[in-house]
Design a protein around this ligand. Structure first.
Ligand code: SF4
Length: 453
């Protein structure tokens, strides 16, 4: 039975946008909020999401005004001002972004006025309003990016457009547990087809990359809905067009389609792109063929699956499972608070599958924010052993274990095991995903689990 409340949260409050700042090297978030606020973001986006911590600024060194009862009465702006003065002296950062939480917003602290008093200095100090009652960490992510576009980039001259330079949007650092290696793989693939990808999160990526954003020939958006408003803002601000591919390509079918559509959009050398496709397919099928004979001769693989994950994880996964592995979706749960105006379009992306029309419409896409809804709805279903696979997050582990259902964690909070350089993108990502999918199945024994009651 469906719950009428939200449990098993897979997002944090808007303050979780601090991780977007942390993903840009030498950018330091400064928090104006209660002393416990940061800790709730770490549980979903940090240590429980692929054993991540931020780097080079670790979570434990992030300055915070520790907003308390006295500040509720007298306001916290002077405390924030002092905190910024000391932080500017104590930290070697290239940029500071103040993120404010609920209590300063409720008591009416004029944070913008404080930030204005630091304008004109050598180190940029920006401000993002991230009170938790406004939205979740995806809202916070957008607030941080918008702060950079509106408060920092206007200082920069646009300069000449650089041919082939493309900004990559749609991947939310830390929230997507595989973000870092994914971006490195995207950089590698797009470079091979003749583009100059401009990536501003992760290893060695900082303000130098941010400063190049206005010079891009076009932006590439790789998500169903996240960052759509950001690329639209860039189009309005600088006239930069964007290429929107709604699913982060995973496996050969999607990656081939993405590369061909991108090549056509950007007028790339098609024989060179086809060569990259051929090499990618060669890699994918080599590794798959080295295992598939053994796997299919010893085991019946599941035919059906459920997904309980972010839209950015669920969409590539669904397309890969259907288009490349031949599975059928039972129901897709997207508990990340997708705004109403995006839902119809997002659902359409899930139905854009290479299957018969009647099957394409034969499953439900659910937009409830309740992460516990899937377990509540399928708890009493009897699953024949090894027929149905579940994809979700750390929250779903115990439920699947109790039902003897094969399970893979793909979305925040992904779990406490280190992810490292693993990613689910492109041709290599397809092999990685299949390897994890199959390995969890093998862990359950010869029949691949299933309910035995
Ligand atoms: S919802 Fe508000 S009070 Fe709660 S953690 Fe987020 S910013 Fe802090």
């Amino acid at each position: 039975m469906a719950c009428d409340f939200i449990e098993q949260n897979r997002t944090t409050c808007a303050l979780g946008g601090l991780y977007t700042a942390l993903a840009i090297e030498r950018v330091l978030p400064v928090l104006h909020c209660g002393p416990g606020c940061q800790a709730q973001t770490r549980g979903v986006l940090g240590n429980s999401n692929g054993a991540q911590n931020s780097f080079p600024f670790m979570e434990s060194v992030i300055p915070c005004s520790n907003f308390e009862e006295t500040d509720v009465v007298f306001g916290g702006v002077e405390k924030l001002r002092k905190l910024l003065e000391h932080s500017l002296k104590a930290y070697k950062a290239d940029m500071f972004i103040v993120l404010s939480g609920c209590t300063p917003a409720i008591v009416g602290d004029d944070v913008e006025e404080v930030i204005r008093s630091f304008s004109g200095g050598d180190i940029p100090v920006l401000y993002a309003e991230t009170a938790g009652f406004h939205g979740n960490n995806l809202y916070g992510h957008r607030q941080v990016l918008t702060a950079i576009l509106k408060q920092y980039l206007p200082r920069q001259e646009r300069g000449e457009t650089i041919p082939g330079l493309v900004n990559i949007f749609g991947i939310v650092p830390y929230y997507d547990p595989f973000w870092s290696a994914e971006l490195e793989e995207i950089e590698s693939l797009l470079t091979k087809i003749g583009l100059k990808p401009n990536i501003f999160y992760g290893r060695g990526k900082g303000l130098a990359e941010i400063q190049k954003i206005p010079q891009a020939s076009f932006n590439i958006l790789l998500s169903p809905w996240v960052d759509l408003e950001v690329v639209q803002e860039l189009e309005a601000q600088y006239g930069t067009p964007y290429f929107h591919y709604p699913a982060l390509p995973l496996g050969p079918t999607e990656t081939n389609r993405f590369l061909r559509e991108l090549a056509q959009y950007a007028g790339l050398d098609e024989p060179a792109v086809e060569k990259v496709i051929h090499e990618g397919e060669d890699l994918y099928y080599y590794y798959m063929n080295r295992s598939l004979h053994w796997i299919y001769s010893c085991r019946t693989l599941p035919k059906h699956f459920y997904v309980n994950a972010s839209a950015s994880s669920a969409l590539p996964l669904t397309r890969f499972l259907v288009n490349d592995l031949g599975l059928l979706p039972e129901k897709i749960y997207l508990p990340e608070g997708i705004p109403e105006e995006h839902r119809e379009r997002v659902e359409g992306y899930f139905r854009d599958l290479e299957i018969a029309d009647e099957k394409r419409g034969g499953f439900v896409v659910d937009f409830s924010e309740d992460g516990g809804l899937m377990a509540a709805e399928i708890r009493d279903i009897h699953f024949e052993p090894g027929t149905t696979y579940i994809f979700g997050s750390l929250w779903d582990v115990l439920f699947c274990r109790g039902k003897h259902l094969p399970f893979l964690s793909v979305s925040a909070p992904q779990g406490i095991h280190m992810i490292g350089t693993k990613h689910y993108f492109g041709y290599t990502g397809g092999v990685n995903l299949f390897s994890d999918y199959y390995s969890r199945l093998a862990d359950l024994g010869p029949f691949g689990g299933g309910s035995h009651e």
